[in-house]
Design a protein around this ligand. Structure first.
Ligand SMILES: [Zn+2]
Length: 263
């Protein structure tokens, strides 16, 4: 899809691609790198903190097969350090550390036009999953500090990793901060949120899963199994019923003819 989009009238068609620059290395951000490099022959820059994970293809730390997510392996051409400035697309971009959702993540800020490429550190409505304190005690405090750091920038438009660009920055920062407060007040909410977000992600990838297989799936995929052992200790069938029930209630999934599908 990324190749087709780039080749279309909305993309660069047959122009060369100078660089691929990633805010962080989750599969939904770097999954197209290998195909893009193959077509355009361009170098890839990732945050310096993530480069060793990519080099040794750490599928647990990067949440790939550990979460049943797929990505093709690629070569890192440059590790980007925080607080460095780069010229990409005729604009100057400042790389800023934005830990929380991903502890090695960067965001890219162009002060001239007030453009922030935020990855999953800030969306119009929230931010990407953040690990609970039992997994990484530094993650949620880092997410809070990142939002505070972003509040200090003169941002005019955010280009997020998910969703359309948006301009009501104070409202987005406020929503993000309230979400951090809610997670801090009720840590199990973070755990449920992660499980639900990752299951929906898998469904979008697989398009459907047989409901009867779901307990086995949750027992086979590392993160679901480990989170159940650590936080719930439920039989996998009860874990499956709990997640499906919650996702059906919010309208994120549908159960049809024995299949679980994204809504
Ligand atoms: Zn992410």
């Amino acid at each position: 899809m990324t190749l087709a989009l780039l080749a279309s009238d909305r993309g660069i068609r047959n122009d060369p691609l100078a660089w691929i620059v990633n805010t962080h290395c989750h599969s939904d951000h770097i999954g197209g790198n290998a195909a893009l490099v193959e077509k355009y022959g361009c170098p890839v820059a990732v945050p310096e903190g993530e480069a060793p994970l990519i080099e040794r293809w750490d599928q647990k730390a990067l949440l790939y097969d550990y979460c049943d997510q797929r990505a093709d392996r690629f070569i890192v051409s440059q590790g980007l350090q925080p607080d460095t400035t780069h010229v990409w697309g005729d604009l100057e971009w400042r790389a800023l550390a934005a830990p929380g959702h991903d502890m090695g993540a960067l965001v890219f800020f162009n002060p001239e036009h007030g453009i922030l490429i935020s990855g999953d550190a800030l969306w119009e409505n929230g931010f990407g999953i953040v690990m609970p304190r039992e997994i990484d005690p530094a993650a949620l405090p880092a997410a809070r500090a990142t939002i505070e750091m972003l509040a200090g920038l003169a941002i005019r438009v955010v280009v997020p990793g998910h969703g359309e660009p948006f301009t009501d920055i104070p409202a987005a920062l406020d929503r993000a901060m309230r979400r951090v407060d809610a997670f801090e007040a009720e840590p199990m909410r973070m755990v449920r949120h992660i499980l639900k977000a990752l299951l929906v992600f898998s469904l979008l990838d697989h398009q459907q899963l047989p409901l009867a297989e779901l307990p086995f799936y949750l027992d086979r995929v590392g993160l679901f199994r480990d989170f159940n052992r650590q936080f719930y200790r439920l039989p996998p069938s009860e874990m499956a019923a709990m997640l499906v029930g919650e996702l059906e209630k919010t309208g994120a999934v549908r159960c049809e003819d024995g299949w679980l599908r994204p809504a």
